[in-house]
Unconditional design. Structure first.
Length: 85
């Protein structure tokens, strides 16, 4: 969400997961103004058009061997089979 300084054009962006649940005294770093900032309830944040963070969770993949490694393994297997025969 965004917090606007009432005294100057400065605005601050607060990550959605760091928005306090209770009103807090905040200070503007630009002009030094302090004010009581009220924050919306967590559930109503999406209504304000704030940016949602999409969970970028990838499914766990099995290790894929590079082709060069596979070739070596196949050669080793072929060699071993030859030696045993
Ligand atoms: Zn300010």
């Amino acid at each position: 969400m965004e917090v606007f300084c009432p005294n100057c054009p400065q605005r601050y962006r607060i990550p959605i997961d760091r928005v306090p649940t209770k009103p807090r005294m905040v200070m503007c770093n630009t002009c030094g103004n302090t004010w009581m900032q009220h924050f919306p309830k967590p559930g109503s944040l999406s209504a304000l058009g704030s940016i949602k963070t999409h969970g970028n969770i990838r499914p766990v993949k099995r290790p894929i061997y590079p082709k060069a490694v596979l070739t070596v393994l196949q050669e080793e297997a072929a060699l071993e089979a030859k030696l045993r025969s």
